[in-house]
Design a protein around this ligand. Sequence first.
Ligand SMILES: NC(=O)c1ccc[n+]([C@@H]2O[C@H](COP(=O)([O-])OP(=O)(O)OC[C@H]3O[C@@H](n4cnc5c(N)ncnc54)[C@H](O)[C@@H]3O)[C@@H](O)[C@H]2O)c1
Length: 403
Amino acid sequence: MIESVSIEQSRAVLLVRKPYISKGLVIYMNSVIFGQGYVASILNVGLQRIKDGEIGLEGIPLGNSISKTMEDIKIVGAFDLDKKKIGKNLGEVTKDYWDGNIKFDDDYIIEEGYRDNRERGNIDLEGELERLTDIYKRKDAEIFVNTITTESFEPFAEEKEFLRRIKENDFKRISPVQFYFYSVMEYDRPSVFINCIPTMIANDPAMVKMAEEREKVIFGDDGATGATPLTTDILEHLKERRRKIMSICQFNIGGNNDFLSLTEPERNISKERTKAGVVKDILGYEVPTYIKPTGYLEPLGDNKFVSMLIPYVSFNEAIDEITVNMRVNDSPALAGNIVDLIRLGEICLERGEYGAIYPINAFYMKMPGPIEKAAIAKIKAFELLEEWLFEGDNISGGERKET
Ligand SMILES: NC(=O)c1ccc[n+]([C@@H]2O[C@H](COP(=O)([O-])OP(=O)(O)OC[C@H]3O[C@@H](n4cnc5c(N)ncnc54)[C@H](O)[C@@H]3O)[C@@H](O)[C@H]2O)c1
């Protein structure tokens, strides 16, 4: 019989965390979410439906090709600020995002998160730190997934400066994501911080240094879904054919809360910052671009509309152009990637690889950290990811295969 144990117990038993299942012990990937919104809720629903044998593995890039299985991912808790969610069970909250009947194996209660006090209010950071880390311990958590609303932020660059501001209780300088990250840094066990939003964590040298020193893994920043991966691959294609791109214009209109929040200019700037840098990284030259969330149209819901126009110069100065129109269900696109990221996080912990893990970030993130590394096309990044996986023994059968 397979018996489950807490992560701490299992670490004591398996001093080196290989093999993953040893002597009948299963190590669950206990994960906690910051921001129980659309993406997180679809992640919960999809994972449960996979476990119940209702759906396949479409939209999960690595599928069954790695040793970590979906069944061993356990989402054990979440934090949010919405009064309609705090204190409610997951099952109740997901009703807003999913019509089907679903019974969760872990029907946790949503906890109150860390409130943004930069505009007004007051908060004791030390007290908040204790409150959060107590919950992490109680949940036996080791993987943290950040899917809160896109926020404004300023990176720190210097670890000393970040720690000084925390010590001085300078909550006006620290964004919620930066504080969540700090709380994970202070949490007394190796763990993983998956940053799916534009706040610079994997791209802030202060944060990366802290993670390396404290045995933490960072995946970030800003999940690459929807039009971004396709755009990077089109750019790579045109570059390889030595076609000179004249401009890129990309519209994105959606009707979910994420798009609604991005109508606030400060939040949209955070998004723009992650999208535009990618183009120069891939092409090696500057191109005039308009790439940003363009608007909110409620009836579109989660199924956003994307339109792209890329004119370019070909042989003998011929001008060609590519146009793409697509509809993309936004939240499942990111949720499927998070299923991989949780499992890859566990592999990093097993291998003792800490800091910002570029071969993983390059494929899954819009702005892959660490900052000194460039963004590359996703088709190239996937090869890098496979190479990284092959370094260990975590890929089943030595090749990508579906079961
Ligand atoms: N494909 C995608 O959907 C995609 C891709 C890349 C990035 N993202 C980012 O992922 C995030 C989540 O997207 P979503 O569609 O689920 O948005 P959402 O608005 O449905 O969910 C965000 C949740 O975070 C909560 N929240 C806000 N501040 C918080 C805080 N300080 N602590 C805890 N909870 C907090 C909100 O109450 C809400 O429940 C957004 O920032 C979005 O930009 C999404």
